[in-house]
Design a protein. Structure first.
Length: 178
């Protein structure tokens, strides 16, 4: 089973005039189009009601085009409309870090690595402590480990971490921000 070519599907909707992106990040959808992709521009356009994904904070809407219904990210539509992507970069970065600001001047194409580095550089992600997706401990756990007189092996068993993790916490080599 081949992967649905969502990017090309969205680009087709843009090219045919089914959806229109504005410089401020607003998206408009044609009020009438056939299942074959013929848009009746004389019927006019309506502003799309967008939603914000609770977990990621990304702005999206649901779109039906050529008999397919998919959720679509607003930032990608605006980026495709206003920013060439000759290097075929896979992600859209929000320069100000605000995922709800999908204005043309706030968006740029980026690699995943560039996007991550930008998030760390601007403080959107710290990657430190429990903010690190691989963290097994919480700030409260670290305080308890430092305050405990229990032997290292007992703490390893209690928290499910290695001897070096406990030792590094106690010696302030890790979790130094706490």
């Amino acid at each position: 089973m081949s992967r649905f070519p969502k990017d090309n599907w969205i680009k087709d909707a843009l090219a045919k005039g089914y959806i229109i992106a504005r410089e401020n990040g607003d998206i408009y959808r044609a009020k009438r189009a056939t299942k074959d992709g013929v848009v009746d521009r004389s019927a006019g356009y309506a502003k799309v009601a967008v939603q914000v994904h609770k977990k990621t904070g990304r702005v999206y809407f649901n779109m039906t085009w050529r008999n397919f219904k998919k959720s679509v990210l607003v930032n990608r539509i605006v980026a495709w409309r206003f920013h060439p992507n000759p290097d075929n970069l896979p992600q859209v970065n929000h320069k100000d870090g605000n995922k709800e600001n999908n204005a043309k001047d706030n968006l740029e194409w980026a690699t995943g690595s560039e996007n991550e580095k930008h998030a760390h550089r601007t403080g959107l992600k710290s990657g430190r402590g429990s903010a690190n997706s691989n963290a097994k401990l919480t700030v409260a756990d670290v305080h308890a480990i430092r305050a405990s007189d229990n032997p290292v092996p007992a703490l390893c068993d209690r928290y499910g971490v290695s001897r070096s993790t406990i030792t590094n916490i106690r010696n302030n080599k890790t979790w130094t921000h706490v």
